[in-house]
Design a protein around this ligand. Structure first.
Ligand SMILES: Nc1nc2c(ncn2[C@@H]2O[C@H](COP(=O)(O)OP(=O)(O)OP(=O)(O)O)[C@@H](O)[C@H]2O)c(=O)[nH]1
Length: 317
């Protein structure tokens, strides 16, 4: 058995998982040896690059060959744990899952690998949850599997909307403590390695849910696709903002690192269901990297060529 406790962070695309991780890295993790298994859609590993810059991280293992709950093979997952254990013997391992991951099959896989799963922490985007959960069953599964629920992005909605989402969450999961946050801002000591595993083992609910949801999960990935784009050329921010503003509604999520044509700055961009923002990043994180972006959505194959052409129109000549 792997003695190090492991926490899994779940939640749909753009709900605030990496933001929670970054906050935690700045706070409580500084006192512990922490390793991260970062599972992302697309082969660029944008989040891995963002968190690996933190001093408090002892190791980041990126698994970008598929989703950790189904398509990453169990051998790779096993190797990731073994590599971490042998190299750094951490106090805590955190898995950030992809936004499309159903935590139930992941729980089964971790159980099979004899990993002590301390808790599943599920992030919920208060501004998009109800609309998306009606279309994508995986959001409901992420909530059902949670040991802790974080209702995030409450700054983007009214009190009434928060109440509606909360009531929906409570129908799906009554046992998990629920925290309302903005920017995933919560004391990480409340969440990580707190012994929720014990609670889970006592919970009869889990077994039935695992059996029920292990099937049908692949369906939730079926129409989703992603593609990535890289260029050595610099990008004009104004044109890029316009490009994001006009992006096809089939794109749910896009993120990446841009090297801007003012030549002085690089920034991270995040796009979620039509809303987007930019954050300037330290040159030591992105300085030597090319501009790169990943686009995730439903049936993107038909859109890919047009999106790449529009992106190229944002580059310097
Ligand atoms: N307005 C607002 N924005 C937020 C909040 N929390 C996170 N964000 C922003 O939402 C975007 C996505 O956040 P991430 O933490 O990258 O989300 P994620 O769940 O890791 O995304 P994926 O890895 O694609 O699944 C970023 O631009 C964040 O700054 C919040 O509470 N309010």
């Amino acid at each position: 058995m792997l003695k190090t406790p492991c926490n899994a962070i779940a939640g749909f695309l753009g709900s605030g998982k990496t933001t929670l991780l970054r906050n935690s890295l700045e706070k409580v993790f500084q006192e512990k040896r922490v390793a991260i298994i970062m599972n992302e859609i697309g082969d660029l590993g944008i989040d891995g690059k963002v968190v690996s810059g933190f001093e408090s991280i002892d190791k980041v293992v990126e698994l970008n060959s598929g989703c950790v709950c189904c398509s990453v093979d169990i051998f790779s997952l096993h190797n990731a744990f073994r590599e971490i254990q042998e190299q750094i013997k951490p106090d805590l391992i955190v898995i950030e899952t992809t936004g499309l991951a159903n935590p139930f099959p992941l729980i089964q896989r971790l159980h099979y690998l004899d990993v002590i799963l301390d808790s599943v922490i599920t992030l919920v985007d208060a501004s998009e949850f109800l609309r998306l959960a009606a279309e994508e069953e995986v959001l409901n599964e992420q909530v059902r599997a949670a040991d802790f629920l974080i209702l995030n992005k409450t700054d983007l909605v009214t009190e009434l909307e928060i109440e509606r989402v909360e009531s929906h969450l409570r129908q799906l999961n009554q046992r998990a403590p629920l925290f309302k946050t903005t920017h995933s801002n919560i004391d990480p000591k409340l969440l990580f390695a707190l012994g929720a595993n014990l609670y889970r083992r006592q919970s009869k609910l889990l077994e039935t849910q695992v059996t029920k949801s292990a099937h049908g999960f692949r369906d939730s990935h079926q129409d989703f696709s992603s593609f990535s784009y890289q260029t050595e050329r610099l990008v004009n921010l104004d044109k890029f903002k316009q490009f994001l503003g006009e992006l096809s509604p089939k794109v749910y999520r896009a993120k990446g690192i841009l090297n801007l044509d003012d030549r002085a700055t690089s920034c991270l961009f995040n796009f979620i269901c039509g809303r987007f923002d930019f954050q300037v990043v330290a040159p030591d994180i992105c300085g030597k990297m090319p501009t790169q972006a990943v686009f995730i959505g439903r049936n993107l194959e038909q859109e890919q060529t047009a999106i790449i052409q529009q992106l190229q129109a944002c580059q310097d000549s």
